[in-house]
Design a protein around this ligand. Structure first.
Ligand SMILES: [Fe+2]
Ligand SMILES: [Fe+2]
Length: 268
Protein backbone atom coordinates (compact mmCIF):
# COMPACT_ATOMS: atom_id res chain seq x y z
CA UNK A 1 0.00 0.00 0.00
CA UNK A 2 1.32 3.39 -0.83
CA UNK A 3 0.75 6.43 1.30
CA UNK A 4 1.73 10.04 1.12
CA UNK A 5 4.80 10.87 3.12
CA UNK A 6 6.08 14.33 3.87
CA UNK A 7 9.69 14.28 4.68
CA UNK A 8 12.95 16.02 3.99
CA UNK A 9 14.32 14.10 1.05
CA UNK A 10 18.02 13.87 1.82
CA UNK A 11 20.72 11.87 0.13
CA UNK A 12 24.06 10.99 1.66
CA UNK A 13 27.36 9.34 0.83
CA UNK A 14 28.86 6.56 2.94
CA UNK A 15 32.41 7.60 2.02
CA UNK A 16 35.65 5.59 2.02
CA UNK A 17 36.04 2.78 -0.51
CA UNK A 18 32.38 3.00 -1.56
CA UNK A 19 32.67 6.66 -2.48
CA UNK A 20 36.01 6.06 -4.22
CA UNK A 21 34.45 3.42 -6.47
CA UNK A 22 31.48 5.64 -7.18
CA UNK A 23 33.70 8.61 -7.98
CA UNK A 24 35.79 6.47 -10.30
CA UNK A 25 32.62 5.48 -12.14
CA UNK A 26 31.37 9.10 -12.36
CA UNK A 27 34.45 11.35 -12.10
CA UNK A 28 32.79 14.27 -13.89
CA UNK A 29 30.64 15.20 -10.89
CA UNK A 30 33.56 16.37 -8.74
CA UNK A 31 34.99 18.43 -11.60
CA UNK A 32 31.98 20.72 -11.99
CA UNK A 33 32.32 24.38 -10.89
CA UNK A 34 30.59 23.91 -7.51
CA UNK A 35 30.31 26.90 -5.23
CA UNK A 36 29.95 29.42 -8.04
CA UNK A 37 26.18 30.08 -8.08
CA UNK A 38 25.68 33.77 -7.24
CA UNK A 39 22.95 33.01 -4.72
CA UNK A 40 23.34 36.46 -3.19
CA UNK A 41 21.56 37.80 -6.29
CA UNK A 42 18.42 35.84 -5.44
CA UNK A 43 15.59 37.04 -3.24
CA UNK A 44 14.48 34.71 -0.40
CA UNK A 45 11.41 33.80 -2.46
CA UNK A 46 13.47 32.90 -5.53
CA UNK A 47 15.90 30.89 -3.47
CA UNK A 48 13.12 28.88 -1.83
CA UNK A 49 11.44 28.29 -5.20
CA UNK A 50 14.72 27.02 -6.68
CA UNK A 51 15.40 24.78 -3.66
CA UNK A 52 11.94 23.29 -4.05
CA UNK A 53 12.34 22.60 -7.75
CA UNK A 54 15.78 21.01 -7.44
CA UNK A 55 14.57 18.88 -4.49
CA UNK A 56 11.72 17.59 -6.68
CA UNK A 57 14.19 16.93 -9.47
CA UNK A 58 16.51 14.96 -7.13
CA UNK A 59 13.58 12.85 -6.00
CA UNK A 60 12.45 12.11 -9.52
CA UNK A 61 15.98 11.19 -10.67
CA UNK A 62 16.30 8.90 -7.65
CA UNK A 63 12.96 7.28 -8.49
CA UNK A 64 14.16 6.71 -12.08
CA UNK A 65 17.02 4.59 -10.72
CA UNK A 66 14.44 2.30 -9.09
CA UNK A 67 12.21 2.23 -12.19
CA UNK A 68 15.11 1.34 -14.49
CA UNK A 69 16.00 -1.54 -12.16
CA UNK A 70 12.55 -3.01 -12.84
CA UNK A 71 12.98 -2.43 -16.56
CA UNK A 72 16.35 -4.19 -16.46
CA UNK A 73 14.66 -7.20 -14.88
CA UNK A 74 12.00 -7.18 -17.62
CA UNK A 75 14.71 -7.06 -20.31
CA UNK A 76 16.69 -9.91 -18.73
CA UNK A 77 13.47 -11.91 -18.47
CA UNK A 78 12.92 -11.30 -22.21
CA UNK A 79 16.51 -12.46 -22.79
CA UNK A 80 17.39 -9.48 -24.94
CA UNK A 81 20.94 -9.58 -26.37
CA UNK A 82 23.60 -9.05 -23.69
CA UNK A 83 24.86 -5.76 -25.10
CA UNK A 84 21.35 -4.34 -24.90
CA UNK A 85 20.79 -5.39 -21.30
CA UNK A 86 24.33 -4.23 -20.41
CA UNK A 87 23.43 -0.77 -21.70
CA UNK A 88 20.42 -0.59 -19.40
CA UNK A 89 22.38 -1.99 -16.43
CA UNK A 90 24.24 1.36 -16.39
CA UNK A 91 21.11 3.49 -16.35
CA UNK A 92 20.32 3.19 -12.60
CA UNK A 93 23.87 4.41 -11.88
CA UNK A 94 23.35 7.34 -14.26
CA UNK A 95 20.13 8.26 -12.46
CA UNK A 96 21.80 8.00 -9.04
CA UNK A 97 24.46 10.41 -10.33
CA UNK A 98 21.71 12.76 -11.61
CA UNK A 99 20.06 12.61 -8.18
CA UNK A 100 23.39 13.61 -6.61
CA UNK A 101 23.82 16.49 -9.06
CA UNK A 102 20.33 17.86 -8.28
CA UNK A 103 20.78 17.34 -4.53
CA UNK A 104 24.09 19.19 -4.65
CA UNK A 105 22.44 22.16 -6.35
CA UNK A 106 19.86 22.27 -3.52
CA UNK A 107 22.82 22.21 -1.12
CA UNK A 108 24.34 25.23 -2.89
CA UNK A 109 21.01 27.03 -2.58
CA UNK A 110 20.68 26.33 1.14
CA UNK A 111 19.40 22.74 1.32
CA UNK A 112 16.46 20.59 0.29
CA UNK A 113 12.84 21.36 1.14
CA UNK A 114 10.40 18.90 2.77
CA UNK A 115 8.20 17.26 0.20
CA UNK A 116 5.37 14.75 0.04
CA UNK A 117 5.62 11.79 -2.26
CA UNK A 118 3.89 8.53 -2.90
CA UNK A 119 6.41 5.85 -1.96
CA UNK A 120 4.59 3.13 -3.89
CA UNK A 121 4.57 5.22 -7.07
CA UNK A 122 8.21 6.26 -6.70
CA UNK A 123 9.48 2.73 -6.01
CA UNK A 124 7.11 0.51 -7.97
CA UNK A 125 7.00 -3.29 -7.94
CA UNK A 126 6.92 -5.16 -11.25
CA UNK A 127 3.37 -4.92 -12.54
CA UNK A 128 1.69 -8.26 -11.68
CA UNK A 129 -0.39 -8.36 -14.88
CA UNK A 130 2.71 -8.04 -17.05
CA UNK A 131 4.08 -11.31 -15.61
CA UNK A 132 1.39 -13.13 -17.62
CA UNK A 133 2.36 -11.39 -20.86
CA UNK A 134 5.04 -12.71 -23.20
CA UNK A 135 8.39 -11.51 -21.79
CA UNK A 136 9.21 -9.53 -24.95
CA UNK A 137 5.84 -7.79 -24.92
CA UNK A 138 6.14 -6.97 -21.21
CA UNK A 139 9.62 -5.51 -21.75
CA UNK A 140 8.42 -3.61 -24.83
CA UNK A 141 5.62 -1.98 -22.84
CA UNK A 142 8.10 -0.68 -20.26
CA UNK A 143 10.67 0.46 -22.81
CA UNK A 144 7.99 2.27 -24.78
CA UNK A 145 6.77 4.24 -21.77
CA UNK A 146 10.09 4.92 -20.11
CA UNK A 147 12.60 5.30 -22.91
CA UNK A 148 10.64 6.17 -26.05
CA UNK A 149 8.26 8.60 -24.34
CA UNK A 150 9.65 9.87 -21.01
CA UNK A 151 13.37 9.81 -21.78
CA UNK A 152 12.94 11.14 -25.33
CA UNK A 153 11.07 14.15 -23.92
CA UNK A 154 13.59 14.54 -21.13
CA UNK A 155 16.56 14.39 -23.54
CA UNK A 156 14.99 17.06 -25.78
CA UNK A 157 14.24 19.50 -22.95
CA UNK A 158 17.55 18.91 -21.17
CA UNK A 159 19.41 19.72 -24.37
CA UNK A 160 17.56 23.05 -24.44
CA UNK A 161 18.39 23.62 -20.75
CA UNK A 162 22.06 22.89 -21.48
CA UNK A 163 22.08 25.25 -24.47
CA UNK A 164 20.19 28.17 -22.94
CA UNK A 165 21.38 28.23 -19.32
CA UNK A 166 23.98 30.94 -18.92
CA UNK A 167 25.54 29.99 -15.59
CA UNK A 168 28.57 27.65 -16.05
CA UNK A 169 27.52 25.31 -13.21
CA UNK A 170 23.96 24.84 -14.46
CA UNK A 171 25.14 24.53 -18.05
CA UNK A 172 27.68 21.85 -17.06
CA UNK A 173 25.11 19.92 -15.02
CA UNK A 174 22.58 19.86 -17.86
CA UNK A 175 25.25 18.93 -20.43
CA UNK A 176 26.40 16.03 -18.29
CA UNK A 177 22.83 14.78 -17.77
CA UNK A 178 22.03 15.21 -21.49
CA UNK A 179 24.92 12.93 -22.33
CA UNK A 180 23.35 10.09 -20.31
CA UNK A 181 19.81 10.83 -21.46
CA UNK A 182 20.92 10.38 -25.06
CA UNK A 183 21.74 6.74 -24.24
CA UNK A 184 18.49 6.29 -22.26
CA UNK A 185 16.29 7.63 -25.05
CA UNK A 186 18.39 5.99 -27.78
CA UNK A 187 17.98 2.60 -26.15
CA UNK A 188 14.21 2.74 -26.71
CA UNK A 189 14.55 3.04 -30.48
CA UNK A 190 17.29 0.39 -30.56
CA UNK A 191 15.09 -2.04 -28.64
CA UNK A 192 12.28 -1.71 -31.17
CA UNK A 193 14.68 -2.40 -34.04
CA UNK A 194 15.51 -5.66 -32.30
CA UNK A 195 12.10 -6.75 -30.95
CA UNK A 196 9.95 -8.94 -33.14
CA UNK A 197 6.35 -8.04 -32.44
CA UNK A 198 3.12 -9.14 -34.10
CA UNK A 199 0.72 -6.59 -35.59
CA UNK A 200 -1.71 -7.31 -32.74
CA UNK A 201 1.04 -6.60 -30.19
CA UNK A 202 1.93 -3.36 -31.96
CA UNK A 203 -1.72 -2.30 -31.83
CA UNK A 204 -1.83 -3.02 -28.09
CA UNK A 205 1.41 -1.11 -27.55
CA UNK A 206 0.03 1.82 -29.57
CA UNK A 207 -2.76 2.21 -27.02
CA UNK A 208 -0.19 2.32 -24.22
CA UNK A 209 1.92 4.83 -26.12
CA UNK A 210 -1.11 7.12 -26.48
CA UNK A 211 -1.67 6.85 -22.70
CA UNK A 212 1.98 7.65 -21.91
CA UNK A 213 1.87 10.68 -24.19
CA UNK A 214 -1.40 11.83 -22.58
CA UNK A 215 0.24 11.50 -19.12
CA UNK A 216 3.16 13.62 -20.28
CA UNK A 217 0.82 16.24 -21.74
CA UNK A 218 -1.05 16.33 -18.43
CA UNK A 219 2.21 16.87 -16.56
CA UNK A 220 3.02 19.80 -18.86
CA UNK A 221 -0.44 21.28 -18.25
CA UNK A 222 0.35 21.11 -14.52
CA UNK A 223 3.68 22.83 -15.11
CA UNK A 224 1.87 25.51 -17.09
CA UNK A 225 -0.32 26.25 -14.07
CA UNK A 226 2.56 26.74 -11.61
CA UNK A 227 2.31 30.38 -10.46
CA UNK A 228 5.30 32.58 -11.36
CA UNK A 229 6.13 33.15 -7.67
CA UNK A 230 6.82 29.42 -7.31
CA UNK A 231 9.51 29.60 -10.00
CA UNK A 232 13.06 30.91 -9.98
CA UNK A 233 15.71 31.79 -12.56
CA UNK A 234 18.09 29.38 -10.77
CA UNK A 235 15.42 26.71 -10.77
CA UNK A 236 14.65 24.60 -13.83
CA UNK A 237 11.55 25.75 -15.72
CA UNK A 238 12.15 29.49 -15.32
CA UNK A 239 15.87 29.19 -16.06
CA UNK A 240 14.90 29.13 -19.75
CA UNK A 241 11.51 30.87 -19.32
CA UNK A 242 8.29 28.92 -18.79
CA UNK A 243 6.94 29.56 -22.28
CA UNK A 244 10.13 28.22 -23.92
CA UNK A 245 10.07 25.22 -21.59
CA UNK A 246 6.51 24.42 -22.59
CA UNK A 247 6.83 25.10 -26.31
CA UNK A 248 10.06 23.08 -26.59
CA UNK A 249 8.46 20.23 -24.63
CA UNK A 250 5.42 20.20 -26.89
CA UNK A 251 7.58 20.33 -29.99
CA UNK A 252 9.58 17.35 -28.67
CA UNK A 253 6.37 15.36 -28.20
CA UNK A 254 5.51 15.87 -31.88
CA UNK A 255 8.93 15.39 -33.46
CA UNK A 256 10.86 13.15 -31.05
CA UNK A 257 8.04 10.92 -29.82
CA UNK A 258 4.90 10.86 -31.98
CA UNK A 259 6.67 10.90 -35.33
CA UNK A 260 9.09 8.01 -34.72
CA UNK A 261 6.45 5.97 -32.88
CA UNK A 262 4.04 6.34 -35.80
CA UNK A 263 6.76 5.26 -38.21
CA UNK A 264 7.27 2.10 -36.14
CA UNK A 265 3.53 1.33 -36.08
CA UNK A 266 3.54 2.00 -32.32
CA UNK A 267 1.15 4.95 -32.49
CA UNK A 268 -2.03 5.08 -34.55
FE1 LIG B 1 18.01 11.36 -15.23
FE1 LIG C 1 17.28 9.28 -17.77
Amino acid sequence: MSREERELFELSLYGGAAEERYRRARPEIENLPWGTLPIGDLSERERLAARREWTDAALSEYGSAATFSITLRALLRARVPLDLSAMVARFPLDEIAHAELCARVTGELGGGTPLAYDRGALFPLPDAASENESPVFAAAARVLHEMCVRESWSLAIIKVLARKNRHPLLKAIWSSIANDEAAHAGFGWMFFEWAELTDAERRRLAKRAAQSIADLERALKKAEQIPTERLSRFGIIESIGKSTYLSESRRAIETRIKKPLTRLGLLM
